[in-house]
Design a protein around this ligand. Structure first.
Ligand code: HEC
Length: 448
């Protein structure tokens, strides 16, 4: 119920261009009046805007209702089915063993660990620089662990996007039960994924006790988000002592007034908490960059799936952005158009994570693979996403996937603006890799 009200509210705001003012999270403080002028009244809507707004809301409600009857087939749901049939056993002696056995069962590497210390999510009151939350991921499933709190996961379903679950009775020794996502989607289907079920990442610097100052625009997840606007409330570890955005910063406040920030100090992983709190000590820069790429991808795919239903276009009022625009945005993203600039000296990630990430690399006849990393000027050597090999992609409704492939083909083989950042030789190389390695590529690709 919360989710639906939230959706209604966000969509209504979205339709009048107020998305960036939505703030999520329970402990977000009002921004001091002296620095930012926060509008207190909303502009009057014209009758057309009101009508368009109503249509948005009706459309999204209908879509969400359709989703609620869909039984998801993502990695997290599949694992839970195996746990309840007894085919897989999770070790639930304590939170640590549950996390370890869950990651092993989902084939998620420990080296993917990311540490976030801003209380921006559902268990926000338990997360702070003294008790960071750990996230783990592979190409298809994401796990979140709050020490002393709950264990959560999100799988990706080919029809609806992110499917959230929470483990209950952690550490009781019994088979852990899970609950689904009614109260998760109020955040996990916000503006950032165009109200489709997706992922969420924020960049907010908290105080030492986890209090968050003000809000930052949402809707920016993805590899195009400049590095300087990332990592607030996150640790970043790297082989080079670079400073990445706001990583590791903690806000200092005046006396007991937590809203008056007087400065920032830097804290390192393990400095304010026992480094043994998590399965690893790292929060690797390469894992961060690939995680950001992936969640941005899932959100854009979920958005395309959402707008695939054209019923939303009624009485001459078109949904905006349209389905075609959503596809264009997704394809531009898949080809890393507008990728954020890396630091001039490049990136050095954790070799163990790089190895784990490459384990399922799929080489073309030439030996080249979409998972090959560049890390000097950009993330990937061949700028087309490897997410094209994942199960949610493979299982995507054929009509939608056909539309995406057609746009991708025109970006790589035609004279489209999308793809104009790639040289002809890079385009040819990508087409060759795709032809060699993607089983369901339409026939017109292979003959070209
Ligand atoms: C208040 C908003 C909010 C709610 C409600 C919420 N989340 Fe989240 N979630 C976030 C944010 C923000 C992140 C990014 C990491 C962070 O800041 O902790 C996140 C990240 C995650 C991740 C890690 C995904 C990744 O990108 O690696 C999982 C798993 C997750 N949430 C599960 C859940 C589940 C399950 C629920 C419902 C019980 C839930 N969330 C409810 C805001 C929320």
């Amino acid at each position: 119920m919360i989710g639906r009200n939230y959706l209604f509210f966000s969509v209504a705001l979205g339709a009048i261009g107020w998305l960036s003012l939505c703030s999520f999270g329970q402990s977000v403080a009002p921004t001091p009046k002296s620095t930012v002028t926060t509008p207190t009244t909303r502009p009057e809507l014209t009758p057309e805007q009101k009508r368009s707004n109503e249509l948005y809301v009706a459309f999204y409600k209908r879509r969400r209702q359709g989703f609620s009857t869909h039984s998801p087939s993502d990695n997290a749901s599949r694992l839970l089915a195996k746990v309840s049939s007894g085919e897989v056993t999770l070790d639930n002696r304590d939170q640590r063993s549950l996390t370890k056995s869950l990651l092993a069962a989902l084939d998620v590497p420990v080296s993917s660990q990311l540490l976030v210390y801003s209380g921006t999510a559902s268990q926000g009151t338990k997360v702070n620089p003294k008790n960071p939350r750990a996230l783990y991921f592979n190409d298809e499933v994401y796990v979140g662990v709050v020490p002393g709190g709950l264990v959560e996961m999100i799988g990706v379903d080919a029809n609806i996007g992110g499917v959230p679950y929470t483990f209950r009775q952690v550490g009781t020794g019994s088979v852990p039960s899970t609950t689904g996502g009614e109260d998760c989607i109020r955040c996990h289907s916000g503006a950032q994924s165009g109200f489709a079920q997706g992922f969420f990442g924020r960049s907010l610097v908290p105080t030492e006790d986890g209090f968050i100052q003000g809000g930052e625009a949402v809707g920016t997840e993805g590899h195009n988000r400049p590095l300087g606007r990332r990592f607030g409330g996150w640790f970043v570890t790297s082989a080079r002592p670079d400073v990445f955005g706001k990583a590791g910063l903690v806000a200092e406040t005046e006396g007991t007034n937590r809203r008056r920030v007087t400065g920032y100090k830097m804290t390192r992983p393990g400095q304010l908490y026992d480094a043994k709190l998590h399965l690893a000590e790292s929060s690797d820069i390469l894992a961060h960059l690939l995680h950001e790429h992936q969640i941005g991808f899932h959100n854009r795919v979920a958005r395309v799936l959402m707008s695939a239903d054209d019923d939303g276009c009624q009485e001459g009022v078109r949904l905006s952005p349209t389905h075609a625009q959503d596809i264009t945005n997704l394809v531009a993203y898949m080809l890393f158009q507008d990728e954020a600039t890396l630091p001039a000296e490049g990136i050095v990630g954790d070799p163990k994570f790089a190895e784990d990430f490459s384990r399922n690399r799929r080489p073309a006849k030439s030996g080249a693979a979409l998972k090959d990393l560049d890390l000097h000027t950009r993330l990937l050597k061949h700028r087309c996403t490897y997410m094209i090999y994942t199960r949610p992609w493979m299982e995507m409704p054929a009509k939608v996937k056909g539309e995406i492939y057609a746009k991708l083909r025109s970006a790589l083989m035609g004279k489209d603006y999308i793809g104009s950042h790639l040289s002809d030789s890079e385009k040819r190389e990508i087409v060759q890799i795709l032809s060699d390695t993607v089983p369901d590529l339409p026939a017109d690709w292979k003959s070209s």
